[in-house]
Design a protein around this ligand. Structure first.
Ligand SMILES: [Zn+2]
Length: 158
């Protein structure tokens, strides 16, 4: 079964990192604890929270939840990966911004939508089927690889 997440409002950037690793990670602001728990149960999403009270309520209600530790996103990603035994592999499969599915797209179709330099320099492009944002493995991609690699390898006793 697909591993799906529901993040509380503290973890916007963590949701983006999970999406970069291909996970269905929903992040909702301004939502009540009870609604989070209902949604988690209905959609079989794992709640990721730092809120002890929410965590306890969720477990009591029979939802799957994880109380997140770690002082930054690298540590948090590492924590989640170790606790749930999930792999961290950056891939162009989900839009970090909205969580939509990225579709590999022939660059000819995108000629008018990307900067000329980018068009000439890169061959592989992906388009979000939800918000339309275009992605390629530009210089930021190396930073992404570096950070996820770090999260995969740091010590786990946090
Ligand atoms: Zn998107």
């Amino acid at each position: 079964m697909e591993t799906k997440f529901l993040l509380d409002s503290m973890f916007g950037s963590l949701a983006r990192w999970l999406r970069i690793c291909g996970y269905n990670a929903e992040y909702i602001k301004n939502i009540q604890d009870d609604e989070i728990i209902q949604k988690s149960l209905a959609e079989k999403r794992i709640i990721l929270t730092r809120d002890k009270l929410l965590y306890k309520k969720a477990i009591k209600a029979g939802a799957h939840a994880l109380q997140i530790e770690g002082g930054n996103d690298v540590e948090r990603l590492s924590f989640i990966s170790k606790k749930l035994g999930i792999s961290l592999e950056p891939e162009q499969s989900r839009c970090p911004v909205c969580g939509g599915i990225l579709k590999y797209t022939e660059k000819d179709f995108l000629k008018d939508r990307i900067p000329k330099m980018t068009y000439e320099h890169y061959n592989d492009f992906w388009v979000c089927d939800s918000c339309g944002k275009i992605y390629w493995k530009g210089s930021h991609w190396n930073n992404i690889l570096k950070m996820v690699n770090e999260a995969s390898t740091i010590r786990t006793d946090i």
